[in-house]
Design a protein. Structure first.
Lengths: 113, 112
């Protein structure tokens, strides 16, 4: 079965600093990979996805992620954090029949002014 | 206005009662999913449905039931057999070739 590991349940950065949220997955076949963001008491919003093709994927709100097969990683970055980026972020990978998603435990991002 | 709606937003239930959570979509997506979210555990799959009148168990189906009588609707029933039902429940649909799941706003269920 697939698994997804997000390093760091909480990450704190200053406004304007680089955001780096880490995600590693276990998969023996090329996966589909996703990053979602969740604000308190809301559903998940898709930030970006990797299916095939270019390994550097750009998403909404200035976020991007790079698929590195050799490292089984899909880390999320943003060059300059904004206060509105404070939220919980989830990395997910598809698994098997039915395009089911397996999620990491999430990383709460705090942005300090 | 296209999208996924879940109702109610907040739901309170007494122990021993069954309760049904609604999920409706007008995106014309074939596949629908139910997830449960608990703090620090990410999301876990309860049930999913690829087409009308067909559905499969996910990782934590015990104590839950679903139906898929219409393409637009995928209600989830939390039965009295679910030992710890207090959680945030999220419904999602799959955008075909896009391969991404899109989520509704969620229902927070609290057992009193």
């Amino acid at each position: 079965a697939q698994s997804v590991t997000q390093l760091g349940s909480h990450v704190s950065v200053s406004e304007g600093a680089l955001v780096l949220l880490r995600c590693n997955y276990s998969s023996s076949v090329p996966p589909y990979l996703f990053w979602y963001v969740q604000y308190p008491n809301q559903g998940l919003q898709l930030l970006l996805k990797y299916t095939t093709g270019a390994t550097l994927v750009k998403g909404i709100n200035g976020f991007e992620a790079e698929f590195k097969k050799s490292e089984t990683s899909f880390h999320l970055t943003k060059p300059s954090a904004h206060m509105s980026d404070a939220a919980e972020y989830f990395c997910a990978v598809t698994e098997g029949y039915g395009n089911k998603l397996v999620f990491g435990a999430g990383t709460i991002l705090r942005v300090k002014s | 206005d296209g999208g996924i709606t879940q109702s109610p937003k907040y739901l309170f239930r007494k122990e021993g009662q069954n309760v049904t959570l609604s999920c409706e979509q007008n995106l014309n997506h074939d596949a629908m999913y139910w997830y449960r979210q608990d703090p620090g555990q990410g999301l876990r799959l309860i049930y999913y449905s690829q087409i009308v009148n067909d559905f499969q168990k996910g990782d934590i189906a015990e104590g839950y039931s679903v139906s898929r009588e219409k393409k637009e609707s995928f209600p989830l029933t939390v039965t009295s057999a679910q030992k710890n039902p207090t959680a945030f429940y999220l419904c999602a649909t799959l955008a075909g070739a896009n391969r991404a799941q899109y989520f509704g706003p969620g229902t927070r269920l609290t057992v009193l």
